[in-house]
Design a protein around this ligand. Structure first.
Ligand code: 5GP
Length: 172
């Protein structure tokens, strides 16, 4: 299958450095809990934290809404959402892509219901604003994406392509 490249490795890495610089300014050395939403955000979260200069801890949660297809099922499934005590902590959620926004909303509501954080910020590498069904907006995002099913750099199709260093779409 041919993948058309939309965001090259160089473009992604340059954008990550930009985002990290903004975050370093915002947190100004304060400790942060970085919450990586598996599996899609794994590559992004790992590369992002390399450029963050504050003390930080990484947590990993697993949500799913796709069930293997190329469209959101409309229902978010919390596969594993065990988290430490985040009261009075700075929390940075790291996602791969915001599409309908249902996953982001689920996660933000979950944090709001369970903790009084010091701050909660939501960061997504990609933002498909055009397909949004909620009023969620990421505090930080890398690229605004079209309504195409993207793969690579953590994003999968049926479990494949996560290992690509770039992001693109599958040519039919
Ligand atoms: P949302 O809940 O915002 O509709 O979707 C969030 C999740 O759906 C993302 O974390 C990601 O796992 C998946 N997703 C949304 N758009 C795409 C896409 O274009 N490609 C892939 N591989 N997954 C996507």
């Amino acid at each position: 299958m041919k993948i058309n490249v939309l965001y090259s490795e160089e473009k992604i890495q340059a954008k990550i450095k930009e985002l990290a610089e903004e975050m370093n300014k915002f947190y100004n050395g304060e400790e942060v809990y970085v919450i990586c939403a598996l599996k899609g955000a794994i590559m992004f979260a790992v590369d992002l934290v390399k450029h963050l200069n504050m003390p930080l801890k990484m947590e990993f949660i697993r949500l799913s809404s796709y069930n293997g297809g190329t469209k959101s099922s409309g229902k978010v499934n919390a596969v594993d959402i065990s988290l430490p005590d985040l009261n009075d902590k700075n929390v940075l959620i790291v996602e791969d892509i915001v599409d309908t926004g249902l996953t982001a909303k689920f996660l933000l509501d979950f944090l709001n219901c369970n903790f009084h954080t010091k701050s909660t910020k939501f960061c997504s590498l990609l933002d498909k604003k055009i397909t949004r069904q909620t009023d969620v907006e990421p505090d930080y995002y890398g690229f605004e994406a079209d309504d195409k099913f993207l793969v690579g750099y953590g994003l999968d199709y049926d479990g494949y392509y996560r290992n690509l260093t770039y992001i693109g779409y599958i040519e039919k």
